[in-house]
Design a protein around this ligand. Structure first.
Ligand code: ASP
Ligand code: MG
Length: 422
């Protein structure tokens, strides 16, 4: 069996859903586990509902709009009111009743109960549409398959239980094709949970792992894994074959094609992962497997904008020693700030992070109670995997380098673009 994952962009409208059908119809004999994200920007829209609910604003029109969008798509796909329509009505009634009843719930909990509905909606519509096109399928509820703890918005998977549930659901299914949701799971006491934004890739890997899939394929709006983001670099090239290890490194440094948690479960079972274009399904795309021989053939460029460099020193000008560093790390962890690069000198410890404003402010004021903190904003972090000296010399393009780190395969430069005012 194969696992296919379709992200939000691939099913953003009627056109996209018809295209999903075409892709599935390419392999009529194949047993498929299909994982689908919420349509288009639905997750963002549901996030806004929760935010406005928490802020005591008028959330109802926002929630109404989400359902109206889905009804409109369904209507264009199929002209008779039917199973999916009824399902949408039921979900709508649940969502309204839930928010109207719950007045003092915790944000993360509420978030998961509402935001997870995006995937339920998209899969109800797609499952129903596929049946109307002659592709019988089982709609499976990922909340009953992927068992997690109740760490809302970043739930942790209970692999043992999940494996049992997924295997038994697969054994009892009636059809060759199964449709289920990405991103969502079920925690204790029947609570809905989510695995973190963009978590549907990870869901696909979980299902693939549990079912010993032949392969997992992620369908994207790009040709595969590219060596650079075309938004920042002309001439981005496709990486036809990379190893699991390389894929993990690229996503760790910030390449956003695959969710970072996706690779490890697949690597453990040596299940190949394909990343292919839903616009050009006949193309090969990228294959990720154990083969490392092509990893260093093409240099990859990962660019992160909006970086902040914090230089932290002791208030009494004493040396930065292990006790300081350990204390500083604890504060980063407490504020859930991910460190992108770090470097120490005698009197200061420098760290670059994403400019996540609210978290950053809290962290900085926490640090300032015991340290001197200087910071530089508006920086860019460029990571180059498999660089050569020529690239290293040319790439700063006259930008000021504030911090540079070189290992055998990886060059990282934190830079200021002087042409931009900062
Ligand atoms: N729908 C979720 C999100 O937008 C999960 C995903 O797309 O992978 O984050
Ligand atoms: Mg998505």
């Amino acid at each position: 069996m194969n696992v296919l994952k379709f992200g939000g962009a691939s099913v953003k409208d009627v056109e996209g859903i018809r295209n999903l059908h075409k892709i599935i119809a390419l392999t009529p004999e194949q047993e498929l586990f299909i994982v689908v994200s919420a349509m288009g920007k639905t997750t963002n829209a549901l996030e806004l509902v929760v935010k406005s609910f928490m802020a005591n604003e008028d959330w109802k029109p926002l929630l109404d709009a989400v359902f109206a969008n889905h009804e409109a798509v369904l209507k264009e796909l199929k002209n008779e009111p039917d199973a999916a329509h009824q399902a949408i009505e039921k979900i709508k009634a649940y969502a309204f009743a839930f928010l109207e009843a719950d007045t003092d719930a915790d944000y993360d909990f509420l978030y998961d109960q509402i935001v997870s509905l995006g995937e339920i909606l998209s899969t109800k519509i797609i499952s129903d549409y596929l049946i109307s096109q002659g592709i019988k399928n089982d709609w499976l509820d990922a909340r009953k398959l992927i068992h997690t703890d109740n760490n809302y918005r970043a739930a942790n998977v209970d692999w043992e239980l999940t494996k049992q549930r997924v295997s038994s659901a697969w054994e009892w299914k009636k059809n060759k094709v199964v449709i289920s949701q990405g991103f969502i799971g079920g925690g204790n006491h029947n609570r809905m949970t989510t695995l973190g934004r963009e978590g549907s890739d990870f869901s696909a890997a979980i299902f693939g792992y549990c079912l010993d899939a032949e392969a997992v394929c992620i369908w994207k709006d790009v040709d595969g894994v590219l060596n650079a983001d075309p938004k920042y670099f002309n001439n981005a090239e496709l990486l036809p074959n990379i190893s699991y290890r390389e894929a993990v490194e690229l996503s760790y440094y910030g390449a956003s094609v695959i969710h970072p948690k996706t690779i490890k479960p697949l690597e453990n079972k040596e299940i190949p992962l394909f990343v292919k274009s839903f616009l050009n399904p006949q193309n090969d795309g990228t294959r990720i497997n154990t083969n490392t021989s092509e990893d260093s053939k093409i240099a990859s460029y990962i660019f992160k904008e909006d970086q902040v460099l914090l230089s932290i020193s002791a208030k009494d000008f004493s040396f930065i020693v292990e006790e300081h560093i350990s204390d500083i790390f604890q504060r980063f962890a407490k504020h859930r700030m991910k460190i992108n690069t770090m470097q120490n000198s005698a009197i200061s410890f420098s760290v670059s992070v994403d400019a996540d404003k609210s978290k950053l402010q809290d962290l900085v004021s926490d640090l300032q109670s015991d340290y001197e903190v200087r910071y530089n904003e508006g920086l860019e972090l460029l990571t180059i995997r498999h660089f050569n000296e020529k690239i290293a010399e040319e790439l700063p393009h006259g930008k000021e380098i504030l911090l540079q780190q070189k290992t055998r395969h990886t060059l990282r430069m934190l830079m200021r673009d002087q042409t931009k005012s900062s």
